[in-house]
Design a protein around this ligand. Structure first.
Ligand SMILES: Nc1ncnc2c1ncn2[C@@H]1O[C@H](COP(=O)(O)OP(=O)(O)OP(=O)(O)O)[C@@H](O)[C@H]1O
Length: 228
């Protein structure tokens, strides 16, 4: 089993508009191993979502080298990326990614089913996240925080190897975040999942193995002393 989930070297990514070329990532390097959680912080517009989309196969780099699960990303086609997102990579976006026409319970079963799992422990996950009462509701019948927890349950139910999360506790109050955060780390330690977590939540960042700051298109170890 390959222990290195992500290996990125000198990645450059830019967006083109009709007027300009916006260089967002400028020589970004990163390594993420199984069982490791890395927090990414950085100012608004620094490229955090761009980085997640790149690692998720939704964007292609202009240059640089990216290996995911030991495979050269340049050699992966759309179908390969779709397969990875179905079975090995869970992405948690701020607004959740629930299917609006399915209840919470069915969202979980669907997500696990895509990954080829019949047993997903969805009910236990909902109980752990304190939203068991929402199992039969549709996403638009949930509060923002409940939706975010349901999305977390879906992500864990697929038993991913890599979690890419964008502010996974952003809609949660402090008490609920306190319950959800250990779930992340249980999953990471027990199932040797690697996680890259964009967050401003100090508690979440503190529990990660490393905190990296995205600034001027590159990642550097975060020096809390410099920021205070
Ligand atoms: N599709 C696009 N076309 C052109 N520019 C884009 C596009 N998407 C993002 N950008 C620009 O790229 C830069 C990085 O955006 P990105 O969303 O990755 O930042 P971010 O760090 O996630 O920001 P935030 O913390 O505000 O969510 C920004 O300057 C943004 O305006």
């Amino acid at each position: 089993m390959n222990d290195i989930l992500i290996q990125a070297r000198d990645l450059c990514v830019s967006y083109r508009t009709s007027r300009e070329r916006i260089k967002v990532l400028r020589g970004l390097s990163l390594e993420l191993r199984r069982g490791e959680a890395v927090a990414i912080i950085g100012p608004s517009g620094s490229g955090k979502s761009t980085l997640l989309n790149l690692l998720n196969g939704l964007l292609r780099p202009d240059s640089g080298q990216l290996r995911v699960f030991g495979r050269e990303a340049a050699e992966l086609g759309e179908g390969d990326w779709a397969e990875l997102r179905r079975t090995r990579i869970a992405t948690l976006f701020q607004d959740g990614n629930l299917i609006p026409t399915l209840t919470v319970e069915r969202n979980i079963a669907f997500r696990a089913g895509l990954a080829g799992l019949q047993q997903h422990g969805g009910q236990a996950l909902l109980e752990h996240l304190d939203i068991a009462a929402t199992a039969q509701r549709y996403p638009d019948q949930l509060s923002g925080g409940q939706r975010q927890r349901a999305a977390l349950a879906c992500a864990f139910a697929m038993q991913p190897e890599l979690i890419l999360a964008d502010e996974p506790t952003g809609s949660l109050d402090q008490a609920t975040a306190q319950r959800a955060i250990p779930l992340f780390f249980d999953a990471i330690r027990e199932r040797t999942v690697g996680a890259l977590i964009v967050t401003h939540n100090a508690e979440l960042a503190r529990r990660c193995d490393r905190v990296l700051e995205l600034r001027q298109g590159a990642l550097n170890p975060w020096d809390s002393a410099l920021s205070s």
